[in-house]
Write a protein that binds this ligand. Structure first.
Ligand code: FMN
Length: 112
């Protein structure tokens, strides 16, 4: 992870939040004096020049809706360790209209 230039995170929505396995990964990665430290003006991320792609999949909970408790958290925790160049690929709401959601996600990937 510290060696990687690019992170690709595939994230399912579980109960309006991130899966426990992803949270466990965060708890291993976000460590004081390793990936962030406390500077004079507050905490600072120690990872530099990394880019993250986060693919979000869900049954019905839409990215950006009032019950999206995951995307802001993922953006925050990555920024906290210094990864601010984050692109979300939205494949949320697959249970509503699978074809449309997958087509949009594929389009976003091709555009990248
Ligand atoms: C324990 C569990 C909780 C889930 N909670 C949500 C949820 O809150 N909102 C939602 O839209 N989908 C939810 N899902 C559906 C998953 O996001 C979905 O299964 C996942 O994106 C993978 O898609 P697939 O099942 O089509 O492979 C949940 C699935 C599981 C197993």
């Amino acid at each position: 992870m510290q060696e990687a230039d690019i992170l690709v995170i595939g994230l399912a929505v579980y109960n309006f939040s991130v899966p426990a396995a992803f949270k466990a990964w965060i708890d291993q990665v976000v460590r004081s004096k390793v990936t962030f430290h406390y500077a004079e003006n507050g905490p600072e991320g120690l990872l530099e020049n990394k880019k993250a792609y986060v693919v979000i999949a869900s049954g019905g909970t839409q990215v950006g809706s009032d019950i999206d408790f995951f995307s802001a958290y993922v953006r925050h925790i990555l920024a906290f360790i210094g990864i601010t160049d984050v692109t979300f690929i939205d494949s949320s709401g697959i249970g509503r209209d699978e074809k449309k959601v997958l087509a949009c996600a594929n389009e976003a990937i091709v555009a990248l």
